[in-house]
Design a protein around this ligand. Structure first.
Ligand code: UT7
Length: 323
């Protein structure tokens, strides 16, 4: 028997129907389509309606991933949802998803790691699989950031979108699966105003409940932080930049992605970008991208996929997967 790894058995994603374009944003704040495209790479993003909560988006992606994997909900041992936009303070969004899909044999909980939520979730599920505690897990990233967006702040409202992505991972000795992951946090990034929703928690229950960000500072920290995580995850896997078949980074800004890809010497064919269609969907961005890349035939069996994320906290992490 070979080494036990956590292999990706199926992927799924979902985005609400309504699309908000850069042209729409021109009518809402002082900005231009040209500024948004050139500074971020974004063209449009999906926005959920009033009735839709994060667990609704998460459930839709989860059902697609289960179907693609050929796994029944009752086979799941674990349901994880990376999100910073939960349905409620409690119960967890993961418990809503568990109930919606009928994963009656699973443990379910949320991971609050902002944009790194999916990689943190994958790391936890992977550890539980390789230690033999569980066999099958559903890892989801889902957000409805539009509900926490200040639509008068041009520095943030142009960036974010709603959506969800999910993967089913299974214990496997086929050689495929997570080769390594590395997660790290820098709690000094909790500095007020850097990247946060200041109010609504126990510190300031009645404070401002929309996203606040010092974009340029976060930009620089994101590049450095993701480079550190990439180097650590690749080193753990015993691989080099040149071994990466497809680089699939968190979709926050095209300039961030291009700067990291350039340092690694990766050409455009080896970098997956879909932020022009979704904006920054926080924890959902990597699993949405993974599902799109998978469906578009950009990933072949045996390929080495490098995931990397960075988010509020600051949280960051990278994972290397053999497909
Ligand atoms: O998901 C993980 C965390 N988030 C991120 O990774 C986001 C990281 N940050 C960014 O992506 C970029 O910093 C932004 C896209 C948010 C901003 O781009 P920037 O190149 O860092 O611009 P800036 O904040 O330095 O602003 C440059 C100028 C400013 O005007 P002045 O002071 O030079 O006159 C801003 O007021 O651009 C102005 N500006 C805008 N102009 C038109 C800011 N937002 C807009 C806008 N439209 N929407």
């Amino acid at each position: 028997m070979g080494v036990i790894r956590a292999a990706i058995a199926g992927t799924g994603s979902f985005a609400p129907e309504k699309i908000l374009t850069n042209k729409d944003l021109e009518k809402m704040v002082e900005t231009t389509d040209e500024w948004i495209r050139s500074r971020t790479g974004m063209s449009e993003r999906h926005i959920s309606d009033e009735k839709t909560a994060t667990s609704d988006l998460a459930t839709a992606a989860a059902l697609k991933a289960l179907e693609a994997a050929g796994v029944k909900p009752e086979e799941l041992d674990l349901v994880l949802v990376g999100t910073v936009t939960p349905d409620k303070i409690f119960p967890s969004t993961a418990c809503f998803v568990q109930n919606n899909i009928g994963a009656v044999n699973a443990a379910a909980f949320d991971i609050s790691a902002a944009c790194s939520g999916f990689i943190y979730g994958l790391t936890i599920a992977n550890s539980m699989i390789i230690s033999g505690q569980i066999k099958t897990a559903l890892v989801i990233g889902a957000e409805t950031l539009s509900k926490y967006t200040d639509w008068k702040d041009r520095g943030t409202c142009i960036l974010f979108g709603d959506g969800s992505g999910a993967v089913v991972i299974k214990s496997s000795d086929s050689g495929s699966g997570v080769l390594s992951s590395y997660i790290w946090s820098d709690g000094s990034g909790t500095k007020p105003g850097l990247l946060e929703i200041p109010g609504g928690g126990t510190r300031d229950p009645n404070g401002k409940r929309t996203i606040v960000m010092e974009g340029n500072d976060v930009f620089k920290k994101a590049v450095k932080g993701m480079e550190k995580c990439i180097d650590a995850a690749l080193e753990k896997a015993g691989l080099a930049y040149g071994d990466v078949s497809l680089f699939l980074p968190h979709q926050a800004n095209l300039r961030i992605i291009e700067s990291i890809a350039k340092r690694m010497g990766l050409n455009a064919e080896r970098v997956f970008v879909n932020l022009h269609k979704y904006g920054n969907t926080s924890a959902a961005s990597i699993p949405i991208a993974l599902d799109e890349a998978n469906k578009a035939g950009r990933i072949k069996k045996g390929d080495v996929i490098l995931l990397v994320a960075f988010g509020a906290g600051m949280t960051m992490g990278a994972a290397v997967i053999k497909w």
